[in-house]
Design a protein around this ligand. Structure first.
Ligand code: AMP
Ligand code: MG
Length: 362
């Protein structure tokens, strides 16, 4: 990883050459620089997450209740992505899930040292950071968000439980401009590149820019393919996705809604925004996030990139009341409750059934 810059330059040369010959390789973009920086940042952070997991599993240091590997990977991923963003766009503030508080005191020393060496492992020699600079990079994610100007939203590891289970998790980055998501890049290290080959290559990147469609590529090959929702027109043919954690989305309400929609296939449960990715490429058709508590407010980093991907792939996203997700308020989706994401062709029927089931509970 010591020669990121050199290989990036080489990649850029290969890329230009291939664009000239193959239009499908990488689409031209109105946000070309943001797009390529975000891809590079998410890819490097995803690889660090993969190596933390593999290393800890290979050494059998992962015990059932040991949360430290996910914590190390989480902080390192945020430090890496914030460093890439700061270098390319020094004026852009970042809304990131983590802050450095737990790393600063004596109790955080071991964790701090691990994050330091992991982060420097992916940066060029000329870019190596001190411990203090890494803490500062993490804390660049402390922006309050809002309706004005540009900012990034980052979830360094979405689906921490999935990470620990060896299941789905996602590194999620979005660019929000004047309260509207304009770009999203997600890295899903454990999602098969080809859904038809679940045991084949894993590690998929999902990329979207507003108005430019939705794309995926593998971690290993920069060639991008356009993705879209499955070609279904009735809810009876649909499959839905939901959280593994019953505390994050009501499984009971979802089962009732599925029944109303005539859905007979079992729900596919997975952690993280990999759910948004899956339905966007047609592995499923509906993602329901049904509130389990009156007080929980969704965070913008849990939905920014995923919701744009769905919209650009031919889907629709609202909250459970049919209201568009409002990313302009701050760090949370305070004016929304839950999420419905589905193929645009069946969306209205899904919303209607969600409303029917939820209003019967009031
Ligand atoms: P998932 O992987 O879909 O289960 O979602 C993981 C995300 O759920 C985490 O990133 C948390 O931010 C979020 N979360 C935590 N508590 C709740 C809750 N009570 N309801 C909904 N989402 C939650
Ligand atoms: Mg999250």
């Amino acid at each position: 990883m010591r020669s990121t810059k050199r290989s990036a330059n080489k990649n850029a040369a290969i890329r230009t050459k291939m664009i000239a010959h193959h239009h499908f390789f990488a689409p031209m973009s109105a946000l070309a620089t943001e797009r390529s920086v975000a891809i590079q940042a998410v890819l490097q952070a995803s690889k660090v997450c993969q190596s933390v997991f593999q290393h800890l599993v290979a050494n059998e240091t992962l015990t059932k209740n040991d949360k430290s590997p996910v914590t190390v990977a989480d902080f390192s991923a945020q430090a890496i992505i914030n460093t890439y963003l700061h270098k390319a766009f020094p004026e852009d503030p970042i809304v990131g899930e983590e802050d450095s508080k737990d790393l600063r005191d004596d109790a955080g020393k071991v964790l701090r040292e691990k994050v330091h060496s992991l982060t420097n492992g992916v940066l060029d020699d000329s870019e190596k950071l001190s411990e203090e600079q890494i803490l500062q990079a993490i804390d660049r994610g402390n922006y309050a968000g809002g309706a004005k100007g540009r900012h990034w939203a980052l979830d360094p590891i979405d689906g921490t439980k999935g990470f620990l289970r060896g299941g789905q998790y996602a590194v999620c980055l979005a660019l929000i401009v004047d309260g509207q998501v304009q770009l999203g890049v997600m890295g899903t290290p454990n999602l098969p590149v080809d859904p038809a080959k679940p045991d084949g290559e894993k590690g998929t990147l999902f990329i979207t820019v507003r108005g430019e469609g939705a794309f995926q590529r593998s971690f290993s090959n920069p060639a991008e393919t356009k993705i879209h929702f499955a070609d279904i027109s009735t809810t009876e043919e649909a499959t839905f996705c939901e959280s593994v954690e019953a505390g994050h989305s009501s499984h009971g309400d979802a089962a009732e809604i599925a029944k109303l929609l005539g859905i007979t296939r079992p729900a596919v449960r997975m952690d993280s925004q990999a759910k948004y990715c899956s339905i966007s490429r047609g592995d499923g058709d509906i993602y329901l996030r049904l509130p389990t508590s009156k007080t929980y407010v969704e965070k913008i980093w849990d939905h920014a990139s995923g919701s744009l991907l769905v919209t650009e792939a031919g889907g629709k996203v609202t909250d459970v009341n049919g209201k568009p997700l409002d990313f302009s308020i701050g760090r949370t989706l305070e004016s929304n409750k839950g999420v419905i994401a589905a193929n645009a062709k069946i969306f209205d029927r899904v919303l209607e059934s969600v409303q029917k089931v939820l209003s019967s509970k009031l």
